[in-house]
Write a protein that binds this ligand. Structure first.
Ligand code: ATP
Ligand code: MG
Length: 412
């Protein structure tokens, strides 16, 4: 992609009402557009990042035999009344509307009830189980506050997965498998070292549910870490959990964090509520066991920005960067060489953002830093005469002079 053709332009200022660092940087760099508080559009650069995050999640969910689908945003009131969760007292984030004939509908804030209801058509016998399904879907939640940028949207992309089982044991085994899959996801996103499997409240069947909490100053949660035992507990269940785990609060450190994911064992509760039963081997009718597993996709993008950004801008880990190389051309005589390198890198399968604009070098370098592309490569009249290229990794910020062969070897 040529920067001259990008319709987005970088800016020095973020909107005055935007307080979150992640959104300020993402807006200034042209990754997102703020429609209103808690609602962001993802522009071409931002969409590339989201697609990278999704692809990592997709690969890991596929590995545990989950199948991708996409469900509707419009939801049926009658389905939600079965579990009692249509009520605004039970669920305080509903967006609701009505059809022209007056029929009420909801906008999906989760798909737990709708997917369990849907599965009545596909699950009859134990032979139909287990099943695991997931989607990347835009969730709507009427959040009270939206001050954390893309980390808390009123509209946001979630990966939600649901697994259906014939027994508690089968669900428990899949739940554990999912924990491992999630660890792989956060490792690949570059935040694995700071992301803890955390004991949290809930679990319809088990005493605790599990959150994946990433240590982050901009987070809205607090977790207690036991670094020695590698245990993390959400503040809201601290007393209960320390008793259960046999650790002392004094050995734990309170840190700010953000919930990057959440997994939940519903046992047979949802099956019973929603009437999802199957015929077991012995001929008896039993409720299906349900697990529910979320990852905040747009939130992950915000967390990554918060954690790695420096005073010059965003710093993307390679795995999620929209492009791998930011190619800067400087001067009047080296355009042809820069064009040739642009083509050559693309032929090697390297994603390149090519700053071919007629702009001051300082502006180009500043934009390269704000955008956070992992490797800046500079081609200039002077460098070409010396047969060298500048190579500057964004995270380190130090420039090396490389020959063409050395450069291609680094990027190859
Ligand atoms: P939180 O405690 O942060 O409000 P939650 O417990 O309501 O989140 P879940 O219903 O478990 O979240 O949703 C699954 C995942 O979706 C969360 O772990 C989080 O990563 C993401 N998520 C939840 N709410 C939002 C939001 N408003 N904006 C962006 N991502 C969100
Ligand atoms: Mg939560």
């Amino acid at each position: 992609m040529r920067v001259s053709k990008l319709f987005t332009k970088t800016t020095k200022q973020a909107p005055a009402d935007e307080v979150a660092k992640n959104a300020q940087l993402l807006i200034r760099a042209g990754y997102v557009y703020k429609e209103m508080a808690g609602a962001y559009s993802y522009l071409p650069l931002g969409l590339r990042v989201l697609d990278k995050i999704k692809q990592i999640v997709r690969e890991e969910m596929d590995k545990i035999d989950s199948q991708e689908l996409i469900m509707t945003s419009l939801q049926n009131k009658a389905v939600w009344e079965k579990s009692g969760r249509w009520s605004d007292e039970k669920v305080d984030v509903w967006f609701k509307s009505a059809l022209q004939d007056g029929t009420e509908v909801g906008f999906g804030w989760t798909h737990e009830e709708p997917i369990v209801d849907m599965m009545q058509q596909y699950v009859q016998s134990y032979k139909d189980l287990p099943i695991s399904l997931y989607q990347f879907q835009t969730k709507m939640r009427n959040e009270l506050r939206a001050k954390s940028g893309v980390m808390r949207g009123r509209e946001f992309v979630m990966k939600d997965m649901y697994s259906f089982h014939a027994s508690a044991e089968d669900l428990a085994a899949y739940y554990d498998k999912t924990i491992e899959a999630y660890k792989h996801v956060y490792d690949r996103l570059g935040i694995g070292d700071d992301t803890y499997v955390t004991f949290a409240s809930g679990g319809a069947f088990t005493k605790f549910s599990h959150e994946f909490q990433t240590i982050c100053d901009a987070g809205e949660d607090y977790v207690y870490l036991h670094r020695g035992k590698n245990i993390a507990v959400n503040e809201e269940v601290l007393d209960d959990a320390v008793k259960e785990l046999g650790v002392s609060k004094d050995e734990m450190e309170r840190v700010k964090s953000v919930e990057a994911g959440n997994i939940f064992n519903f046992g047979s509760q949802k099956g019973e509520e929603m009437g999802l039963y199957f015929t077991d081997k012995d001929g008896t009718e039993k409720p299906v066991y349900l697990g529910s597993y979320g990852i905040g996709i747009t939130r992950a993008m915000g967390v990554i920005v918060e954690k790695f950004a420096d005073d010059k801008g965003i710093v993307w880990p390679e795995a999620v960067a929209p492009y791998r190389v930011y190619l800067v051309q400087i001067g009047q005589e080296s355009t042809e060489q820069a064009d040739a390198l642009y083509r050559e890198l693309q032929d090697m399968g390297i994603e390149v953002l090519y700053d071919d604009r007629d702009e001051r070098p300082g502006r180009k370098f500043a934009d390269a830093e704000l955008l956070g592309i992992p490797y800046r490569v500079t081609v200039s009249d002077r460098l070409i005469k010396e047969n060298t290229f500048e190579f500057t990794p964004r995270a380190i910020g130090e420039t090396e002079l490389l020959t063409r062969e050395e450069l291609l070897a680094k990027l190859g």
